[in-house]
Design a protein around this ligand. Structure first.
Ligand code: DGP
Length: 113
């Protein structure tokens, strides 16, 4: 069965998409926890960092290049921002499709809970 992020990729459900290319799509999180909060995901179905294969390495490097570009566009680059990927139950992953949260627009707390 298609997951929620696959439906966003296939435009079957709406999302506030801020970037799309051959390998990735980025859209604003439905429940933002910072003034700027978007997700960058691969179009390829990879569950998380732990299940990725060495063949996916080019997807990861591309995702980080997209994050750099979007951080500039969203005015996060100067003050700084955070990139988070949750893995599995203890990591707090709720959607089983690899995604990188990009959070910024305010000073963020550390450590997370
Ligand atoms: P995680 O807990 O790391 O698996 O984060 C999943 C995030 O995905 C969570 O912050 C909320 C977001 N999310 C879940 N469903 C949707 C959706 O349908 N649309 C959008 N834009 N974001 C979603």
């Amino acid at each position: 069965m298609k997951g929620i992020f696959e439906k966003i990729i296939d435009k079957e459900i709406p999302a506030d998409i801020i970037h799309e290319d051959e390998l990735t799509i980025a859209f604003r999180d439905i429940s933002p926890v910072a003034p700027v909060h978007f997700l960058v995901i691969p179009k390829k179905k990879i569950t998380n960092v732990q299940t990725a294969s060495p063949q996916d390495s080019s997807v990861f490097s591309h995702i980080f290049s997209v994050i750099q570009q979007l951080a500039l566009k969203e005015n996060l680059a100067e003050d700084g921002y955070r990139v988070v990927t949750n893995i599995g139950e203890y990591g707090g992953q709720t959607v089983d499709h690899l995604h990188f949260h990009v959070l910024g627009g305010r000073a963020l707390q550390w450590p997370p809970g």
